[in-house]
Design a protein around this ligand. Structure first.
Ligand code: HEC
Ligand code: HEC
Ligand code: HEC
Ligand code: HEC
Length: 422
């Protein structure tokens, strides 16, 4: 042992100890590597089938991602929107939404939730299932455009899996993919090719397959994104106005109305964060450390549950400060939303009175209804877009400001129409 000869005896113990420590650390790392390394796992199991709809099968290849996916079960709350926004019931009169409308919860609950909803909501048909299951792209391929005209039951009875891996990933390469035709077609109509999107854009676009506003094209009932003029609230309303499209007529106010839906993607575009280069996945799918591996979290929930990973990578101000900023934006949005909601209910009531007035001035009444249509659009757009204004505080406030003004114009014009009754 040459080492021993040249070193004083007291060091040999240290060397042996150091060697033991190094071997233990390397051994543990190697163990972690071989048990956690997902590439090795994939090689061992072979390929995932190109149409594999069962997330549990993908989970055998990517156990850590699957583990975070299963966490979506923890996101169980789905309170009724009406508890905090009672005016919604008045504004949605005549639509299935007025019978039951709940806030969203985890991605794994989509099928359970759609099956439990008030059946009046199924009248729309098969299209309601489009964002609820990872099997849908396969069924659209199978039935073609006929899919959209089938009944709710005809499609729903075939569904076993909620939102899953195939919705967003190409199983061969694991690259992000767009599986919903409506998004691809909306890009095409705007003269854009979605296959040219950058990786960072894809980290939002996979969400934009569902977290967007849409309508069913009259006639074909095809799910369509109304983005031909652009994705902002004004441009979408202009699109509907140009087409003279109304989704329903309000029974009391007599107004032809249009219904926005969860426009998270649209409102996010142009926000401070989006213009700073962020994508949905930056806040909603942060890297989480599981053992020695970092994976993008597939637990889609409030980023405030993991502020450090979701926001702390850029913001150094601390969790309490960040949460208070979010709550401040949300509380102020909610306050203005309540003011707009109550004003809109008054507009509906005033329109109801005007319509019952004999000899009412028809022209002024029609103008009042036009103001109601605009105002309710802007209000509803903020109301049903998740995040309570956080995704784009200035645009949310801007829309609510317009909603309040249009509501008051509708009230005044309806009164004028009654005053002018002959
Ligand atoms: C709603 C869309 C969506 C669904 C559904 C989805 N993923 Fe992902 N996944 C993403 C995004 C976004 C990323 C980040 C990709 C990037 O940054 O390029 C990602 C990344 C990954 C990665 C790459 C490594 C990493 O951690 O970034 C793997 C592996 C993965 N997902 C597996 C799965 C599995 C397994 C499932 C089903 C249990 C699944 N994903 C479901 C959107 C999704
Ligand atoms: C295939 C459609 C689809 C895709 C793709 C999708 N979502 Fe969802 N998402 C939904 C539906 C539907 C719900 C509501 C589920 C319920 O309540 O049953 C939901 C719920 C959520 C929730 C929970 C909301 C809450 O209040 O708890 C979050 C957060 C979320 N999605 C974020 C994302 C993000 C981020 C992406 C992209 C990485 C994404 N989603 C992609 C359809 C989708
Ligand atoms: C800068 C970070 C950030 C980005 C980027 C972001 N979000 Fe959010 N999101 C939040 C915060 C914060 C909330 C509010 C959570 C709360 O109220 O607890 C939220 C709420 C939500 C909710 C409702 C979840 C709930 O629990 O109420 C959904 C759904 C959602 N976002 C989807 C998206 C989609 C889709 C995108 C991309 C188009 C996106 N978000 C981009 C931070 C972000
Ligand atoms: C990838 C980096 C990044 C992440 C992640 C991020 N932010 Fe930001 N945030 C920015 C940048 C850049 C700005 C604009 C410049 C500034 O104010 O520093 C900003 C601005 C803000 C503002 C002030 C502007 C406004 O719109 O009111 C708030 C509040 C905020 N962020 C909260 C959050 C929260 C909460 C999260 C997590 C849910 C988060 N951010 C995640 C980069 C990020």
């Amino acid at each position: 042992m040459p080492v021993k000869r040249y070193l004083p005896k007291k060091y040999s113990g240290v060397i042996i100890l150091t060697a033991v420590v190094i071997i233990t650390v390397l051994g543990a790392a190697a163990y972690q590597f071989f048990t956690n390394n997902q590439e090795l796992q994939v090689e061992r199991l072979g390929k995932i089938d190109a149409n594999e709809v069962d997330p549990a099968v993908w989970g055998q290849y990517y156990p850590l991602h699957y583990q975070t996916y299963l966490q979506n079960q923890e996101n169980t709350e789905k309170p009724s929107h009406f508890e905090t926004k009672p005016y919604m019931e008045v504004l949605y009169a005549g639509l299935g939404y007025a019978n039951e409308f709940n806030e969203p919860r985890g991605h794994v609950y989509t099928l359970e939730d759609i099956r439990a909803i008030d059946p009046s909501r199924y009248k729309v048909g098969a299209s309601c299932n489009t964002c609820k299951s990872t099997q849908i792209p396969g069924l659209i391929e199978k039935y073609g455009d006929e899919y959209y005209t089938m009944s709710f039951e005809q499609i729903n009875s075939q569904l076993e899996h909620p939102i899953g891996c195939l919705d967003c990933h190409n199983p061969e390469t694991m690259e992000l993919r767009i599986s919903r035709p409506a998004l691809i077609e909306a890009f095409e109509r705007q003269g854009k090719d979605i296959s040219k999107a950058t990786r960072q854009e894809m980290r939002s676009l996979v969400c934009a397959q569902c977290h967007v506003t849409y309508y069913f094209l009259p006639g074909t009932k095809k799910v369509t994104f109304p983005w031909d003029n652009g994705v902002k609230a004004d441009q979408i309303l202009e699109y509907y106005d140009q087409k003279d499209f109304s989704e329903w007529t309000h029974p009391e106010a007599g107004t032809g109305l249009v219904k926005p839906r969860h426009a998270e993607y649209e409102i996010f575009l142009g926000s401070t964060h989006e213009s700073a280069g962020l994508a949905c996945a930056d806040c909603h799918m942060p890297y989480m450390k599981i053992g020695n591996t970092k994976v993008s979290s597939h637990y889609w929930t409030s980023p405030l549950k993991n502020i450090e990973q979701s926001c702390g990578v850029c913001h150094r101000e601390g969790n309490a400060w960040l949460e208070s900023r979010v709550r401040d934006i949300q509380d102020k949005t909610k306050e203005l939303q309540d003011i707009a909601g109550e004003a809109m209910v008054k507009a509906v009531e005033q329109l109801g009175l005007a319509r019952q007035t004999e000899g009412v001035d028809k022209e002024l009444l029609a103008k009042a209804q036009e103001m109601h249509r605009k105002g309710q659009w802007y209000l509803d757009y903020v109301m049903v877009t998740n995040g309570y204004g956080f995704h784009n505080p200035t645009e949310s406030m801007n829309n609510l400001g317009k909603a309040i003004d249009y509501a008051h114009q509708a009230i005044q014009l309806a009164k004028d129409a009654m005053d002018k009754a002959n």
